[in-house]
Design a protein around this ligand. Structure first.
Ligand SMILES: [Zn+2]
Length: 68
């Protein structure tokens, strides 16, 4: 009797979570790897361009591509 419960992650493949940071002053966007504790609208520090405040505007997961 086979169990039909798929193990999590086996079918969907691996995913990488990204964090998008956006400068509230000049609109500069930055994509970086998600780190623990990130959440949308969290303050992300200072913009390199204009020293404006940076806010996390998006967090999303992308499937890891095996392109090699
Ligand atoms: Zn800026």
């Amino acid at each position: 009797m086979a169990t039909m419960i798929p193990s999590i992650g086996e079918k969907r493949g691996k995913q990488i979570v990204y964090t998008i940071e956006e400068c509230m002053s000049c609109g500069e966007k930055k994509k970086r790897a998600f780190t623990l504790g990130d959440y949308v609208y969290k303050k992300g520090g200072q913009c390199n361009k204009c020293s404006g405040s940076i806010l996390i505007t998006m967090i999303y997961a992308e499937p890891m591509k095996a392109t090699q």
